[in-house]
Design a protein around this ligand. Structure first.
Ligand SMILES: Cc1ncc(COP(=O)(O)OP(=O)(O)O)c(N)n1
Ligand SMILES: Cc1nc(C(=O)O)sc1CCOP(=O)(O)O
Ligand SMILES: [Mg+2]
Length: 213
């Protein structure tokens, strides 16, 4: 079975502010314990040594839980770890990343609310396409907005898994899944929690939404 056909479920994304002060590893482990299938390391700093250290630790956790680690923005770091990669429209060539990481690597692409960008991403070898932002986002309030109907159009047109991102909560996720999202990418509604136990509870609740569909 192709790895992309197994890409379904909760896609947890790290946030350096919410996961500061020693919370990164325990909160991520809780998300994985709660069933997150993909984990994106999203760190916008230029502290390469810390980024490598943290990404390696996250990779070990992902291996233990059978989840996929995806690196945001940084193809070199993904190549160094043998991890997946997520690229936005300003983050460099997807074709070049595919050549660098090989045909088996999971590479995702931001497509905002545009099917033409998705078409382009798929033609360059994207493993999944990401649309958003669907709702008000605490993390990235200025991201271009998308409507849930877009997911139905994308589902009819593309075979690769579809990710929905941007302000997704336990209340809003069911509609996105019903309309065609295979992966629900979440930061704030998952990691803005008082304890790892609460993160695990939220992750399990997100993951359970997929069992219902
Ligand atoms: C799963 C997923 N979808 C979209 C994004 C956004 O990527 P990008 O537009 O490059 O913005 P930054 O995250 O780099 O600020 C994402 N990271 N993950
Ligand atoms: C990183 C990111 N990209 C988006 C896009 O629309 O491309 S929205 C977003 C932030 C997602 O975090 P939260 O779940 O806290 O809204
Ligand atoms: Mg980016």
């Amino acid at each position: 079975m192709k790895v992309t056909s197994r890409l379904r479920g909760l896609y947890a994304i790290t946030d350096s502010r919410l996961l500061a002060e020693g919370r990164l590893l325990p909160y991520v482990e809780a998300a994985l314990d709660g069933g997150a299938r993909l984990l994106q390391y999203r760190d916008k700093s230029d502290n390469d040594a810390r980024r490598l250290r943290e990404a390696e630790a996250l990779q070990q956790l992902c291996e233990r839980y059978g989840a996929h680690l995806i690196i945001n923005d940084d193809a070199e770091l993904a190549a160094r770890l043998g991890a997946g990669l997520h690229l936005g429209q300003e983050d460099g060539s997807l074709s070049a990343a595919r050549a660098l990481l090989g045909r088996k690597a999971i590479i995702g692409a931001t497509c905002h609310a545009r099917l033409d960008l998705a078409e382009q991403a798929v033609s360059e070898g994207a493993s999944y396409i990401a649309f958003g932002r669907f709702f008000d986002s605490n993390t990235k309030p200025g991201a271009p907005s998308a409507t849930p109907e877009l997911l139905e159009q994308a589902r009819q047109r593309f075979e690769v898994p579809i990710t929905a991102i941007g302000g997704v909560t336990l209340e809003t996720a069911p509609e996105l899944i019903a309309r065609g999202a295979s992966l629900i990418a979440v930061i704030h509604a998952l990691f803005s929690a008082e304890s790892p136990r609460e993160v695990e509870r939220r992750a399990r609740a997100f993951s359970d939404l997929f069992a219902a569909h």
